[in-house]
Design a protein around this ligand. Sequence first.
Ligand code: G1P
Length: 261
Amino acid sequence: MLPIIDIPTIQYVVQEAVDSGIEDILIISGKGKRAIEDHFDRNVELESRLEEKEDLMWFNEMRRLADMANVHFVRQKEANGLGDAIYYARHHVGNEPFAVLLGDTIMDSVIPVTQQLMDTYEQYGGSVIAVEEVDPNKVNRYGIVGGNVLSDTIMELNTLVEKPAIDVAPSNLAIAGRYILTPEIFNTIEQTPKGKNNEIQLTDSMLLLLKRENIYAHRIEGKRHDIGDKLDYLKTTVEFALKRKEFAEPFRKFLIDILNR
Ligand code: G1P
């Protein structure tokens, strides 16, 4: 629920899914995350108060949000890792490919990144993972992929490692928090032992999946903002504020002013 200016991070993530043509969304949350459910629910009391005050902009925004998509919720009982969290979606997903969007990552791109992955899925048919190049010194913070380059943006994978040391990393292409997965992933999650941080890692389940199906990496066209990283969170707020019409000018002046002090 951390806002970037006045919009909670989760709303950007849901918006990316909706902009990619997804109409059915399952949010996997955990303890103490009730505010997320309330955010996507209709709040009749607040709506009528806004209507009375003729605050139509906010009224319309609230309505739009509630109508954006069918948003469902399920709670992960224990923090057992990303693989375990995804496993909670198995009944909801059934036997179809599905997109995974990590809630602490906002993408800034012309074509929504999830849409980019869906297009690659259409073309190649297997699971698709969004990746981006990172500084080689930072590979131990991410899932890292390796494989054969098929084009400027696509790689066919032959390995994936969760948070490897720099000397064993297969590349500096990091998993960027967006995936299209085939339902076979639920079977491989079941067979995945606990990995890094004693958690069930989705990366390890995808390595098992790779023995059964092709997996592709898609280098994202756009910018990833890691809201879980405090410095990146600050940078994102500043960048987004400079893009907002009502803040751009006064905020730019303010920044120049404090930098000159
Ligand atoms: C998770 C994934 C990792 C990926 C990262 C992207 O890690 O396990 O493979 O690179 O998200 O943000 P986490 O950030 O939860 O440690």
